[in-house]
Design a protein around this ligand. Structure first.
Ligand SMILES: Cc1ncc(COP(=O)(O)O)c(C=O)c1O
Length: 363
């Protein structure tokens, strides 16, 4: 089989280790907690689960390729037109569609700051694109440097706020500066996967209005606060022209029936979202306090995960935690050799995590 060199160089995406895999590998019988993929520790809304069960009866039918009811409900909720919204098989799929639709020329450059959500990079590599990767400064976006790197070949700029894995947010004024500097043929992607958590922080500003610019798309997802990661559904908000082009490259039935029904029901359950945000807030405060008591540095987060510094080989600490049934993420592969990222869990999960971490670090 003839395969291009750039394809041979790719490595499959490595996500958080699934619980079942750890059980198989280490033969652990006891409880395993996974705080590795920024999922909602409370699970999905009961209303969504009910809707999923009901929709099981209809899985012999193709889904509505236009997600009609969902689009209607979402556009009403956001106060935008239906033509401003697109759904994807997770926001991951929308990232891929954005590449496929807009980064079509060989000379196109893709700009982002790293460490960030690694898919911006991995999808770019799969499309053999020229990636311009700038470093974060003190865990934050260095917007001045980013602006200097925008040129006539820049085709897509990926901004992630709050940024995964640092949890830091980009100031609204800085987002505006990027949008203003980007030329008409340069798409600014603002990935707000953790929006529901961020927006309840006092100094995080609603940025939806930025979609009115002709070169902006905002991405959000049902995978995080809504607890529907397993169903794969995310959405994008942009001007009608951008959405129209994305719809032309979108696979016809990309969002399945269960995902559509679950998302519709989840949108009716504000209580579940409020509870999830409360549990996250309390969990963050608890973990901050415990990190401080144990003299562990951490980065303040606008999200549902915390980056922290164990000042030891992160891979070693990660492996030791695995043996104790706790799955987090080592950030060594992201260039943070002594850092790990933990998803905020339930109070009980947070306590187990902290106790096991202290055992590993002997503090
Ligand atoms: C910043 C960011 N964007 C996008 C995604 C992907 O979300 P989805 O499950 O909607 O594909 C993630 C998942 O971890 C993420 O952290």
């Amino acid at each position: 089989m003839v395969v291009e060199e750039f394809i041979k160089k790719l490595k499959p995406y490595e996500g958080g280790k699934p619980i079942e895999e750890l059980k198989r590998e280490l033969g652990i019988d006891g409880e395993i907690i996974k705080l590795a993929s920024n999922e909602n520790p409370l699970g999905a809304s009961k209303k969504a689960v009910k809707a999923i069960k009901k929709s099981a009866e209809y899985v012999y039918l193709y889904p509505d390729g236009n997600s009609y009811y969902l689009k209607k409900k979402m556009s009403e909720k956001l106060g935008v037109k239906e033509s401003n919204v697109i759904f994807g098989n997770g926001s991951d799929e929308l990232l891929e569609l954005i590449y496929r639709t807009f980064a079509t020329k060989e000379e196109d450059e893709i700009l982002y700051c790293y460490p960030t959500f690694i898919e911006y990079k991995l999808i770019g590599m799969a499309f053999n694109k020229k990636l311009i990767e700038l470093p974060l400064k003190n865990f934050e976006y260095d917007i001045d440097t980013l602006l200097k790197n925008i040129n006539s070949r820049t085709r897509i700029i990926f901004l992630n706020t709050p940024n995964n894995p640092t949890g830091t947010a980009i100031k609204y004024e800085d987002l505006e500066r990027v949008v203003d500097k980007a030329h008409d043929n340069c798409l600014v992607v603002i990935d707000e996967a953790y929006y529901e958590y961020a927006i309840c922080e006092d100094d995080y500003k609603e940025l939806l209005d930025l979609y009115k610019n002709k070169n902006v798309i905002i991405l959000r997802t049902f995978s995080k606060a809504y607890g529907l990661a397993g169903l794969r559904i995310g959405y994008g908000i942009a001007n009608s022209e951008i959405i129209d082009y994305l719809n032309r490259t979108r696979p016809p039935f990309n969002v399945n029936i269960m995902a559509q029904e679950a998302a519709l029901a989840a949108m009716d359950d504000d209580e579940h979202i409020e509870k999830s945000i409360k549990v996250n807030k309390e969990g963050k405060e608890f973990l901050y306090g415990e990190f401080e008591k144990a003299d562990i540095d951490y980065v303040k987060t606008y999200s549902n995960f915390i980056l922290f510094d164990v000042k030891k080989d992160a891979n070693y600490v990660y492996e030791e935690l695995l043996k104790k049934g706790v799955i987090v993420r080592s950030m060594a592969g992201y260039g943070y050799a002594t850092f790990l990222r933990v998803t905020v869990g339930t109070l009980r999960e947070n306590e187990i995590f902290i106790n096991k971490l202290k055992e590993v670090l002997s503090v």
